[in-house]
Design a protein around this ligand. Structure first.
Ligand code: HEC
Length: 223
């Protein structure tokens, strides 16, 4: 749990930055979400089994992960040659690997999920994921939201963060015919095409399990 080793100052700054971000996303909510998901859309859960600083860290990590993909994809812009296996390794594959690494480093599970997926590992895994994707789809103003862990997951919380389509994504997620050959060859069941700029592409899904020892340590540190 390397975040416990972070200096307190940085932890507090991280928490404050994330709080600001969460307040912003709460302010951006323009429509009431469906009743089933309503409680979790406004802010981190009030009665969370996970430390607020850890919740805040998850938000920051997903913002950074999303910026990493946008930066990688933008390096392809202006290139005349078609993306190859090598350039693919520079965009969404490393994002998936980084997601797994963030999960590993923090004791979370971090996945990418999409209704129209390219890699079948990224299909929605349960009804909560399907409902949240559906909500993000219908409510473009909602950037991120919290949900309680499901019974199968045990104690903890889920954080979901939307992924939108940028112009640079269309090189590989544009029309079916315009997909690079390596995509057509390697993803025969591909559904991740025909997107337009601004569409919902998918979401990051972070499961943060409750870690009782971590709560005690954090309280000591901040006391
Ligand atoms: C160079 C081609 C390329 C570009 C550009 C690209 N992607 Fe991808 N994308 C892929 C490939 C290939 C996969 C499947 C990777 C894997 O097997 O995990 C993928 C997978 C994904 C996934 C995981 C869900 C799924 O369908 O498997 C998301 C989310 C995603 N891309 C979003 C984006 C976004 C957002 C952008 C633009 C910022 C973007 N992609 C740009 C090729 C690309």
């Amino acid at each position: 749990m390397d975040h416990l080793l972070l200096p307190l100052r940085r932890l507090v700054l991280t928490a404050l930055a994330s709080l600001a971000m969460l307040l912003l996303s709460a302010l951006l909510l323009t429509h009431a979400p469906p009743a089933a998901l309503a409680a979790a859309t406004q802010a981190p859960p009030a009665q969370s089994p996970v430390e607020p600083a850890v919740l805040a860290k998850a938000v920051v990590e997903m913002e950074q992960l999303d910026r990493m993909r946008i930066a990688l994809a933008s390096t392809l812009e202006g290139r005349s040659e078609e993306p190859t296996m090598d350039t693919m390794k520079e965009v969404c594959k490393p994002v998936g690997m980084k997601a797994a690494a963030i999960g590993e480093a923090n004791g979370w599970q971090v996945r990418q999920v999409a209704a129209k997926y390219r890699n079948p590992d990224h299909a929605p895994a349960n009804s909560q994921e399907r409902e949240v994707i559906d909500l993000f789809h219908r409510q473009p103003a909602i950037t991120g939201l919290w949900q309680p862990a499901s019974a199968e997951q045990g104690a903890g919380v889920n954080y979901y963060r939307r992924i939108n389509v940028e112009p640079s994504c269309l090189a590989c997620h544009g029309t079916k015919a315009s997909r690079p050959a390596f995509v057509k060859d390697n993803y025969p069941g591909d559904k991740a095409f025909d997107f337009k700029v601004g569409d919902l592409r998918g979401m990051y899904a972070v499961f943060i399990p409750e870690v009782p020892q971590a709560r005690g340590t954090l309280q000591q540190t901040s006391g």
